[in-house]
Design a protein around this ligand. Sequence first.
Ligand code: AMP
Ligand code: MG
Length: 335
Amino acid sequence: MTTGILRRLDSFDTDTQAAIRTVRDAMRLARSLEGCTLASTKSDRSPVTMADLAIQAVVARRLAEASPSDSLIAEEDATLLRTDPDLSSQVVEAVRQIIRDATVERVLAWIGDGGSDLGSRFWTLDPIDGTKGFLHGRQYVIALALVVDGGVQMSVIGCPRLSLLHADGPVTIGERPPHGGIAIAVRGHGAWWSSADQNTCSRLAVSTGREVSIARVVQSFEGRHGDPERFARVLHSLGNVQPPSLMDSQAKHVTVAAGASDLLMRFPPNAEFHDAVWDQAAGSLLIEEAGGRVTDLAGQPLDFTGGRRLLRNTGMLASNGLLHRAALEAVQRTR
Ligand code: AMP
Ligand code: MG
């Protein structure tokens, strides 16, 4: 739910305000590129479009200006652009919507900034989280987070197709018209939602349901990103018979933080798979700051210090906190 507590965006600290401006520009760019087609399929079979590349360039450039000593860990690299001149000119033209002096060389360098080593203070970006959703008219987000000494300190999630309706009381997810909005979290200062281009935001809070059999569960739209059979076994063990909602990207995390979903589970598709830092950092702080809980499937905190992937964690489980123990126990029972 949103709590009715309002805050002006210009009351946030400088880093957060800069992140909000950057993500809003990135959302505008993403919207203008909706309808673009698949550029390539990466080695892990995940898709990439010119929008992923253009947004990474814009955000990297903005962060380099605002916080030159910070590093960036982001999903895309520039390899594809170096071998595809048509694609690289499309990407440069798109970047110029936001940054007038973009050139091919600069765009390649900005995208390459996302391959930094993890320092004690780094930003992490998924330029288009849910690229399949972006391509097929479903949810996608732009996910940006600041990690300091291993903890997520702040995050901003741009959600071009998500509308959280009802300023006070229970939140429902509006699909049409999709005004979009941004979710903001600052460690120790709460989780917030700002619709469209408003200059205020309202505070988010997780749901208060304690009954796991009627929990509203959300999972990836793409079955291939998880383990649907194990997921079904866990739900069965919880006595939860409603079909889960299917949603791409960290829009799922936003629905948990807003109290519109109660439980989010992510099972790895195989024993070797670990989520990337940019797939969890922004959303996990948002849920915690809304009063919820986030762990891996063993109940351990997510560890953002191990590299580009969360090699020390397997899967993830997020809840309103009240349902967490029961859900973890069901996960353990159905190994
Ligand atoms: P979701 O929409 O929650 O499934 O998350 C989308 C994210 O899943 C993307 O940003 C990718 O980083 C990640 N992903 C891509 N391919 C896979 C895969 N085969 N298994 C699990 N996750 C994947
Ligand atoms: Mg992604």
